[in-house]
Write a protein that binds this ligand. Sequence first.
Ligand code: ASP
Length: 442
Amino acid sequence: MSKVVKFGGSSLASAEQFKKVGKIIKEDSERRFVIPSAPGKRFAKDKKVTDMLYACYATAEKGKTAAAFKAELAAIKERYTEIISGLGLKLSLDAEFETIAENFKKKIGKDYAASRGEYLNGLIMADYLGFEFIDAAEVIKFNENGEFDAELTDSILSAKLKGVVNAVIPGFYGSLPDGSVKTFSRGGSDITGSIVARACKADVYENWTDVSGFLIADPRIIDNPEVIETITYKELRELSYMGATVLHEDAIFPVRSGGIPINIRNTNAPADNGTWIVESTCQKSKYTITGVAGKRGFCAINIEKDMMNAEIGFGRKVLQAFEDNGISFEHIPSGIDTMTVFVHQDEFMHKEQQVVSAIHRLADPDSIEIEADLALIAVVGRGMKSTRGTAGRIFSALAHANVNVKMIDQGSSELNIIIGVANNDFEAAIKAIYDIFVVARL
Ligand code: ASP
């Protein structure tokens, strides 16, 4: 058995946090491969080391005063020194910081700069645990277009890990064919963990963070929402699309293709089971719904044309108008003589008149009406398939909460129901749905 364990920035923000992480790893000898992020925030107003590195590199690039650059780099070094001394290690990062300072002055690239956060934390972690250190630049590969090269990485990494019992591999970065450092997008250590799990054919990919799993609803709207015990990849995709985030989206693919489950865990509450993200499960979710999430800021374009249903190609012509203007659509519920296109308001706003005239030109509708300031809510759950009356319960709960439903869209997979409401009704709607399914336990 082997487990890959990734720790997020808040789990590694201080020596205190490092100690919790060390205990978690040492408790279970199957936790063989460790992926650290860079130190995150220690308190709400603190700065993440990654952000400090980007800022410091920008200072070096602008060629601002040497004093400003030195001070910024010293503040970063201080974050690491504090951790090293708090852990009582003998490790010195002096030589590393000299190299970093030289490379920054040479303007080596902002990806290199940002990657040092994980690199240095990895050195400390390896020293603290007595594990081998593997530089991610040697094993995580990107192609000349800057895209992640899954095949090459998998062959290099799996060969490398075969002979290794325990290792620390920093998250977030790898290298281009010319050897220069390239990072994933922000939050990318999740991706590294997933890639390593796949390469070593791990039994589980544990992703340790500062919450006890994926929550049924947004904690900014619902006080203390319950944690989802088990969620499928498909359900996760629906909820993440609507803005629920715990994990980087690109972290799913490598483990999913390797059939490896992800377990989201809390470094600050290691006894909690967290959330299991799996391909498929016979385990019923505790409630009819697995989760509810949503986003504000949508706009609906209502297109009417008499006898639309008999006109072949009408939908294509309408969508062509959006495509020609570079606008992606989110949903297209339709009626007998109407078709509605949901788009992101901020994307659409600047192009609305071009799109409207293009629809007129291409599809010749009777009328077009635009409704702004809408929110979409996805009620997601594999349990909905086998439960009758889910839609009925949602709509009666919304009616009781005085929320007017503007759009309904149920996918044929019966995995989700998407509801459109006014932006102003967004929170009331989420609360009503949470109450009816979770608080009332239906
Ligand atoms: N340190 C990087 C960031 O802040 C990557 C990560 O934490 O996953 O985005």
